[in-house]
Design a protein around this ligand. Sequence first.
Ligand SMILES: Cc1cc2nc3c(=O)[nH]c(=O)nc-3n(C[C@H](O)[C@H](O)[C@H](O)COP(=O)(O)OP(=O)(O)OC[C@H]3O[C@@H](n4cnc5c(N)ncnc54)[C@H](O)[C@@H]3O)c2cc1C
Length: 644
Amino acid sequence: MLLSSNTSEVTVATTQVSEKQSRAVGEAARETEWRKPSFGKELFLGRFQLDLINPLPEQDPEQVAKGEAFLDKLDAYVRSDVDSELIEREGRLPDEVFHRLAELGAFGMKIDEKYGGLGLSNLYYCKALTLAGSANSSIGVLLSAHQSIGVPQPLKLFGTEEQKQAFLPRLAAGEVSAFLLTEPDVGSDPARLKTTATPVEGGYRLNGVKLWATNGTVATLLVVMAHVPKSEGHRGGITAFVVEGDAEGVTIERRNEFMGLRGLENSVTRFHDVFVPAENLIGKEGQGLKIALTTLNTGRLSLPASCVAAGKWCLTVAREWAAERVQWGRPVGEHEAVSKKIAFIAASTYGLEAMLQLCCLLADDDRNDIRIEAALVKLYASELTWLVADELIQIRGGRGYETAASLAARGERPIAAEQVLRDLRINRIFEGSTEIMHLLIAREAVDAHLSVAGDIIDPEADIKRKARAGAKAGAFYARWLPTLVAGRGQLPAGYGDFGPLAKHLRYVERASRKLARSTFYAMSRWQGKMERKQAFLGRIVDIGAELFAMSAACVRARAERDTCPEGAELADLFCRQARLRAEALFEGLWSNTDAIDSAAARRVAKGRYAFLEQGIVPPPSEGDWVEQWEPGPSKRPDVRRRVR
Ligand SMILES: Cc1cc2nc3c(=O)[nH]c(=O)nc-3n(C[C@H](O)[C@H](O)[C@H](O)COP(=O)(O)OP(=O)(O)OC[C@H]3O[C@@H](n4cnc5c(N)ncnc54)[C@H](O)[C@@H]3O)c2cc1C
């Protein structure tokens, strides 16, 4: 996956998958071309191109009118009729929720009007997810899994006209879709994929087991990733298919339960000799992962939308509660320790919303490549909102730890802070875990270096390739390195049209060059070993995220200076907090315990510190860590749920 441009080896459906093969599969799934400008890519190269994001692109007035009208209807429904406590208590969304969302057209928000959808812009789609997710997180996840990773988005990007006509109207009308990549042995590493699609007359036979498919128990149309074996006339590889949920041979073996998102309809799905017609193949054989990754370029924006919902909700509770609760002679919000948390929640929510809004507008405008920005906002939002919710729990004290039902039973306001924390936790794991997002973004951040100097550090490159790369790299670095020495961020009047926020943009410009210098220095120092420096790379990416977030906050404040002048105060606060985080990360680049931590982890693995585990009732030691499955018919009852 990382820091190697070698794509010569592709996946094989086997459990014996080497690290090299896993990387090759990840690399092959990358979009290698940059056809449009990318703010994020430039930022990591030390080129702060503010004009790519400022002024904010404008939405078409028709889109705004359509989006606002839909938001009004959705708001009226979720505000008055969604019973979040009932969903939490019963651990499922009532049928009624599906019906009403379908009536509103919520399952077709992202589907073009010509296929029966609403055709909302990314901005309004995300606003709607924020709104729906604030009523109950499971509703937000239902709608986003359906549209951002389920059938509509890959078809929009890669589907044929026939496929669009066949499936999109059904989905817009309320049929639910799901995306099935994960298997018991396949999480972050798709090279281990074992589900197969074997070519047969007129199509393929699908066999395999898929784990944790969100919407899987209710979905009637699935995107399934399966491995097509290479054979004559078939290039093979991981391939994406649209599969009918009610096709013969599909069994929903389980509905999974989690620490949060209690209303989630998440499945274990088995495919046994399921016939998939050839016309249901999305794109081409072997393009499955590329399709999944490209789908996520904008698909990743829906997760931050639910984070923004959580941030706004936490802010309201923090504000009201901290003013009302008096301890030690003052409202708790007036104690400095608590006031800092409130400021953090407010600033973070502003910054996150600014990042999301910017990414959506860029996606709608379609002039920029936003793959890095969307990945950054997914990573950043999932991490930051987790801290926001944790701080809210602390502000609420014991009540933060108490369930809404218990609070209500005692006669207090049913504030479900602990639920928000539980519901948010998965965001750091799914749609690319934080660790994988770090690697994925780092790969893009160093792409320019790899494309000129990759062969120099590639142990498999022969002397000729290395020599060619040496010449190419020499020319590139002779031009590029001098650009990192000075910039507009050093001019006292730089970015002056941003008023008091200009100093933050000057910092971003300077820090962007420093970031690029640090990356270059690390690459020269570690060369091919850099791909193993995950902690270093993680910090590089996190600095980039802070810088992008600061830029977004300033651009938003400027765009809204007439309509929302107080926003500039929050942008300033956010930038000050973000800058401190960025500085700590810079410091950590060269002053850290990375090497000794890795050595310690190896000693832990060897059992050297087993003494430390004594004195407790140990965790279960029976049972497989990872379920082993064999192809074949299901031996479990089908637990599918069909909404009447
Ligand atoms: C509630 C829920 C909903 C989900 N919905 C869907 C869905 O709709 N469709 C679907 O296909 N999947 C879904 N998933 C699966 C989800 O995408 C995976 O859980 C996720 O990809 C991580 O895989 P894993 O859990 O197997 O962790 P693993 O891959 O086993 O990783 C374990 C840990 O190791 C880290 N790690 C792994 N590889 C590396 C590496 N190379 N370098 C550094 N660290 C590494 C991970 O970040 C993680 O911390 C869902 C999961 C849950 C829990």
